[in-house]
Write a protein that binds this ligand. Structure first.
Ligand SMILES: [Zn+2]
Ligand SMILES: [Zn+2]
Length: 350
């Protein structure tokens, strides 16, 4: 089969790859649509990053050759021994977590904290290929009203819904989203769909602010032009946001999250901060603010499918490109790096 295979930093080759064979408890699928994610960019430009550098305890995989791709829709072609509830022809998406099922956290259903956690597309061949074989426990069926394109958005939307859950958001809370990249734009819609009051978005890139406004933000602010804290304060009787989602993960975005939130607020860090961030404890202490983190998802996939099914979350404005597999590096990975103002999600059709 044809696949985009990661061999190392700046080395992804489109080539013939052995077609995977189904095994007990696994399902073979034909990939329909697969989104290019920021973490795929990290693997390409500076990996290995999530790709394990010593044999993964559950999958045995180390480095390349490895097929990336973890945000996808697919059609079942074959089910392995012992798999119940799925048959050839079923339209599905897949929760990419591969977990042990026996550790302390797995026993509590907190698979994202599994001590042996692995992920499809990083420690197991992913979906930038014609076919894939995945554990049946990760499959979720797609209803007819959720197209293959929408199906490829279930994973990033699950990231966003998990962030809402981690933040402890209550119905009617006013929220601020810092950073309107792919994650921020999904968190924005997930907040609204989950009952947020007003949803404010802070982002310096004009095109992204426009997308945020078009997809339902109450008000949008460019932090290089205005003081977003004062602006949001003016719209909330001086209270500012109850929750801020830092969807960037750097010093400037965290400082903004502190500024736009009020007393007893929560800051939920969703963006991956690669460098240490200084925390102004005196300001957090005085206002008894909470900092929490959100790093993935556990069981938010059915909720994400439901939000797409009834149109509460819309992805048509967020899908900004369609490319064939051959074009993954130039038209997908490099295009996203070079034109962040033009793109949210680029989908690959293997
Ligand atoms: Zn992703
Ligand atoms: Zn586990």
């Amino acid at each position: 089969m044809k696949a985009a295979v990661w061999y190392g930093k700046e080395d992804i080759r489109i080539e013939e790859f052995p077609e995977p064979e189904v095994g007990p408890g696994k399902v073979k699928v034909r990939i329909k649509q697969c989104g290019v994610c920021g973490s795929d960019l990290h693997e390409y430009f500076s990996g290995p990053f999530i790709i394990p550098s010593k044999p993964h305890p559950l999958t045995g995989r180390t480095g390349g050759p490895l097929i990336l791709g973890h945000e996808f829709s697919a059609e079942v072609v074959e089910v392995g021994e012992g798999v119940k509830g799925f048959a050839a022809g079923d339209r599905v998406t897949v929760n990419p977590l591969i977990y042990c099922g026996t550790c302390h956290f797995c026993r509590r259903g907190e698979h994202i904290m599994c001590t042996k956690l692995g992920t499809i597309g990083f420690a197991w061949d992913g979906a930038f290929a014609e076919f894939g074989v995945f554990p049946a426990y990760g499959l979720i069926k797609l209803p007819d009203s959720v197209t293959d394109e929408m199906g490829a958005a279930v994973e990033p939307l699950a990231v966003a819904i998990h962030a809402v859950n981690r933040s402890g958001m209550k119905i009617g809370d006013n929220v601020a989203i810092i950073g309107a990249g792919p994650i921020g734009l999904f968190v924005q819609q997930a907040c609204k769909a989950s009952g947020a009051g007003h949803v404010y978005v802070v982002e310096p890139m004009k095109a992204r602010l426009e997308t945020a406004a078009k997809t339902g933000a109450t008000a949008v602010f460019d932090p290089t032009a205005v003081d977003a804290g004062k602006e949001i304060g003016a719209l909330t009787n001086g209270l500012r946001a109850d929750i801020a989602f830092d969807c960037v993960g750097n010093q400037a975005s965290f400082d903004t999250a502190v500024k736009v939130t009020g007393r007893r607020a929560t800051i939920c860090v969703v963006g991956l901060a690669l460098k240490p961030i200084e925390v102004p404890f005196i300001r957090l202490w005085g206002h008894e603010k909470t900092i929490t983190f959100s790093s993935g998802y556990q069981d938010e996939f059915p909720a994400a499918v439901a939000y797409l099914e009834d149109g509460r979350v819309k992805v048509d404005q967020l899908i900004t490109g369609h490319i064939p597999l051959e074009d993954l590096v130039e038209g997908g990975i490099k295009e996203l790096r070079n034109h962040p103002d033009k793109h949210v999600k680029i989908l690959v059709q293997p």
